[in-house]
Write a protein that binds this ligand. Structure first.
Ligand code: FCB
Length: 436
């Protein structure tokens, strides 16, 4: 029996735009993802989050399923366009009502809400009028919105995450153009990454001021294991820079108060504006094996690893990376508390003749990663909990509904929910607080 510590918590996650649907209801404003999805060619099959899993209306059923699985924490995000549809100013009471219902139902079910304040659905108007995260003003608008939400929920939500994966949204949204707002401008992408950290830094004291002794604040960062394609100085340098861009840029700013010198040398001076944290949310899925590209700032080539197993996302299954990440956060950054906020895998699941979803590869993925997580805990890494991505299949950004990450299956035609084999397996993990 591989046993996790007594205080360890087990969770599952979903995020607003990926599951809620009800995009035009109760006064919700347009988000950059609504706009991005409306442009033909941006999203596979022209999918969008218009209906998604209809979680906005079916949240009770979904919380019932969480309860059935024994889930102890629910990671969700608040949609800024529901709360402040015009980005700044007028508050939409019906938006707050939805999260009131959600949070109260969670608490009644004994499930702890972990709220992320920004999971990529910026009010479109802030993009149109001030260039979105390209502008410092968006960080100030975020602080106002955070004040509204944390004041309203400060008595019931004790665990807050300011932003989800700023590296992904800065670089995939502003450099690669594959996420909203779909821009391709490297310099601007770096600038937005700085504005995200500024927004985070502004939000932390506001959340604390609106909370009480139970309030804890963190941010969620994403981590990819990185290795050089060949044992050459060029490829090692490519790995070092990519690690600087995706990881150290954010970690150094948050935990050391300075941007990494080697990355700055390529960019020019910038000074991070952040605040100490209670905990870090860490997301881990895969590894990239990279070689040097042609362009200093952006271009890297990824190579496939012979004999390795890949998920439907074409992400290499590399469980050791989750261990290495946790140990690094502990040893190099002395992160005080860590939650694994996202870890999971997409496979082409089908409902079998017996009405069940047999997903042994997902179970195997989760098992292999949890064994590594446990090994990290045994090394003294202060990990307080683990959440699986995702509670249910949902809108996977530019890949639409083609990727199924859930431990609950969604039939999008009928909105029927079915717990997959992995969901039942996870229920046992939670019940035993460990693996057999
Ligand atoms: C993460 C995102 C999450 C989900 C998973 C697969 O980068 O935070 O919304 O799409 O990837």
């Amino acid at each position: 029996m591989v046993q996790f510590p007594e205080h360890f918590r087990w969770g599952a996650g979903t995020y607003s735009y990926q599951v809620e649907g009800a995009a035009n209801e109760d006064g919700r404003g347009e988000s950059i993802w609504d706009r991005f999805c409306s442009v033909p060619g941006n999203i596979l099959h022209g999918d969008s989050g218009l209906v998604a899993c209809d979680h906005y209306h079916r949240y009770r059923e979904d919380i019932g399923l969480m309860k059935e699985l024994g889930v102890q924490m629910y990671h969700f995000s608040v949609a800024w366009p529901r709360i402040v549809p015009q980005g700044r100013g007028q508050v939409n009471a019906r938006g707050l009502d939805f999260y009131d219902r959600l949070v109260d139902t969670l608490l009644e079910a004994g499930i702890e809400p972990y709220a992320t304040l920004y999971h990529w659905d910026l009010p479109q108007i802030l993009q149109d009028e001030q260039g979105g995260w390209g502008s410092r003003d968006t960080a100030y608008a975020f602080a106002e919105y955070v004040d509204i939400v944390s004041r309203h929920f400060g008595d019931r939500i004790h665990n807050w995450l300011t932003l989800n994966e700023p590296a992904v949204t800065a670089f995939e949204g502003y450099e690669d153009g594959i996420h909203a707002p779909g821009l391709r401008d490297s310099r601007l992408a770096w600038q937005t990454s700085h504005h995200f950290l500024l927004a985070h830094g502004l939000a932390v004291p506001i959340i604390r001021a609106n909370g009480d002794a139970r309030t804890r604040v963190g941010i969620t960062l994403n981590f990819t294991a990185l290795d050089p394609a060949t044992d050459t100085e060029e490829d090692r340098e490519a790995v070092r820079f990519l690690d600087g861009k995706l990881h150290r840029w954010f970690l150094d700013a948050i935990f050391r108060g300075a941007y990494p010198a080697d990355v700055l040398a390529k960019l020019g001076a910038l000074v991070p504006e952040t605040q100490p944290l209670d905990f870090l949310g860490a997301n881990y899925y895969t590894r990239s094996v990279v070689g040097r590209g042609n362009n200093d700032l952006v271009d890297f080539t990824s190579v496939r690893v012979d004999g390795a197993e890949y998920t439907a996302m074409d992400w290499e299954i590399y469980p050791q990376g989750i261990y290495d990440m946790l140990v690094r956060l502990h040893r190099e950054y002395a992160v005080p508390h860590i939650y694994l906020v996202e870890n999971g895998s997409a496979f082409p699941d089908v409902v079998e003749d017996d009405g069940r979803i047999h997903d042994p590869r997902r179970i195997n993925y989760l098992r292999e990663h949890l064994l590594q997580v446990h090994a990290a805990v045994a090394q003294g890494v202060p990990l307080d909990g683990y959440s699986v991505w995702s509670l249910m299949d949902n809108f996977e950004w530019s890949l639409g509904y083609s990727m199924r990450f859930g431990i609950i299956h969604i039939d999008y035609a009928t909105q029927k929910r079915r717990i997959k084999d992995s969901g039942y397996w996870y229920r046992n993990i939670i019940a035993n607080n460990g693996l057999r």
